[in-house]
Design a protein around this ligand. Structure first.
Ligand code: NAP
Length: 477
């Protein structure tokens, strides 16, 4: 793997330092480089030097380059799908779905050419005006997670570049391969040198150097709340603008009048897609007591059919690494020791080549307390704690009782009930009688410790633009 700095592929100083293991088989896939401070500085300087010319281009020119990226990805998409299956462990339908998402986002941002408008505001006298123009921030540092390693890269690069910023991308150390592939498409599309830069390396070694750098004006990071907090502290040294898309603990709520088939089908998607490793995954199940037993039985029956193994013909992939496996077991053991009932479901991978993969069977946890870790901490695995409820206020209180506030799901036929929830729930997203994921034209954002700012929609694009004011008096002759 090479770095891409100032329009050139560069042989890294520490060529093969960090091992990457296959989530599907457990074997070593490849080793990749860890950037030194000098290499990180090179990438930052290159982005800084490219900024004046790039920001002086018109958004139509920038959008046309993004269109070339779109066409390159669309025509070569099977390569990216293959990388996603290998390094992330996605099953084939999920890999295809992620590439669909990549293309959808690109298409959406491309459409914003010549639509990045400002305002012309009345001044304090009749002959004065204020021109409020939206201008790019400058050098953007993009830090991406492993769970949607292609979509998250594009969701940051496309709006940042469209708005006239230049970028340094440092992807997750669990999935640098898909980021490297996407950056190649930006290079092939003909983005000017220095506009897009790519380095790899562990966040814990090179992250602070990047985040604290005075030349970085905006940091857009998707990842855990813990790392987001760390970045927020470090970024106080340069006052960089922050876009932080962090953890989730989505409540999945099923009321007594719900369409149970729709609720079960959606829960199967919300809990098991990406093996539960999604920021909008169902992480807590609250079901009305009148239908609790029936619904839980339906969920168990469906979960028993989950298969694992080959990404081509199973219904759920593995966890990302061995640390995720041990972390999930730890929180489950704690719940079991606290007296919860643990029901293991699904069919483990039986073929020999998958026995060392990081697969984790679906698990239902019943009887845990709302204050326990299993109901409060992000699990990020196919594990679901469930609880019965009987009152609207109680349900609302339980749902909002979380340090996270990203996605939430509600199933009911009662429109009044649904609207009251929509008004009172303190989450960035409420899906009523439907699954996610978020749309490109929706503003993906979270309350509380899920972070700051958001991505997608015109509001997400505007996060990459500074609002600047020019006061003008035109009263003189
Ligand atoms: P993570 O461990 O927090 O890492 C995220 C990114 O930050 C990676 O590129 C990581 O690099 C980097 N990083 C780590 N320490 C750093 C530091 N000190 N300075 C600068 N960068 C640093 O998160 P993850 O495990 O990849 O992703 C899973 C998390 O992402 C979950 O909590 C999930 O909920 C969240 N997520 C949120 C959303 C959303 O939209 N809200 C979407 C997807 C995922 P290394 O890999 O090299 O450490």
């Amino acid at each position: 793997m090479e770095f891409y700095i100032n329009g050139q592929y560069i042989k890294p100083e520490n060529e093969s330092e960090i091992p990457k293991y296959s989530p599907v088989t457990g074997e070593l896939l490849y080793k990749f480089p860890s950037a030194t401070k000098a290499e990180a500085q090179n990438a930052i300087d290159s982005a800084m030097d490219a900024f004046p010319n790039w920001s002086a281009t018109n958004s139509k020119e920038r959008s046309m380059l993004l269109l070339k990226v779109y066409n390159l990805i669309e025509s070569q998409r099977s390569e990216l799908e293959d990388i996603l299956m290998k390094e992330n462990g996605k099953i084939i339908s999920e890999a295809k779905g992620e590439v669909d998402g990549v293309l959808d986002q690109l298409w959406y941002y491309i459409g914003f050419e010549r639509k990045l408008n400002g305002d012309y505001v009345e001044g304090d006298t009749g002959m004065r005006r204020i021109i409020q123009s939206r201008v790019p921030y400058g050098v953007v540092l993009a830090l991406t997670p492993w769970n949607f390693p292609a979509a998250m890269v594009v969701r940051k690069l496309a709006p940042a570049l469209l708005c006239g910023n230049t970028v340094i991308l440092k992807p997750s150390s669990d999935t640098p391969g898909s980021a490297e592939w996407i950056v190649k498409k930006f290079s092939e599309a003909g983005f000017p040198k220095g506009v897009v830069n790519f380095i790899t390396g562990s966040g814990s070694t090179i992250g602070d150097y990047l985040v604290e750098n005075r030349k970085v004006s905006l940091i857009t990071m998707t990842g855990s709340t813990e790392v987001g907090q760390h970045i927020m502290n470090k970024a106080s040294s340069n006052m960089a603008k922050l876009i932080l898309e962090l953890g989730g603990k989505a409540p999945f709520m099923v009321w007594k009048d719900a369409d149970l088939k729709n609720a079960i089908d959606t829960l199967m998607w919300a809990k098991y897609s990406n093996a539960g490793q999604s920021c909008i995954a169902a992480e807590r199940l609250y079901v009305h007591e009148d239908i609790y037993s029936k619904f839980i039985q339906l969920f168990k029956d469906a979960s028993m059919k989950i298969t694992m193994g080959s990404p081509i013909n199973s219904s759920m992939g593995p966890l990302i690494n061995s640390k995720a496996v041990s972390g999930t077991s730890k929180i489950l053991n704690e719940a079991a020791e606290g007296g919860s009932k643990i029901t293991k479901m699904g069919l483990a991978a039986s073929e020999k080549q998958f026995r060392n993969g990081f697969f984790y069977n679906p698990v239902l946890v019943e009887g845990a307390d709302q204050n326990s870790n299993i109901f409060q901490e992000e699990i990020f695995a196919p594990v679901l704690p469930a609880m019965s409820v009987n009152d609207e206020e109680q349900l609302l209180q339980l749902a909002n009782d979380s340090k996270y506030g990203l996605a939430s799901y509600l199933f009911t036929r009662d429109i009044g009930f649904a609207m009251r929830f929509s008004e009172k729930i303190r989450f960035g997203e409420l899906y009523i009688n439907m699954p996610g994921p978020e749309s490109s034209q929706g503003y993906h954002t979270g309350f509380r410790m899920t972070g700051q700012a958001g991505e997608g929609s015109v509001h997400g694009i505007e996060e990459y633009l500074h609002l600047k004011n020019t006061y003008i008096d035109f009263s003189m002759d």
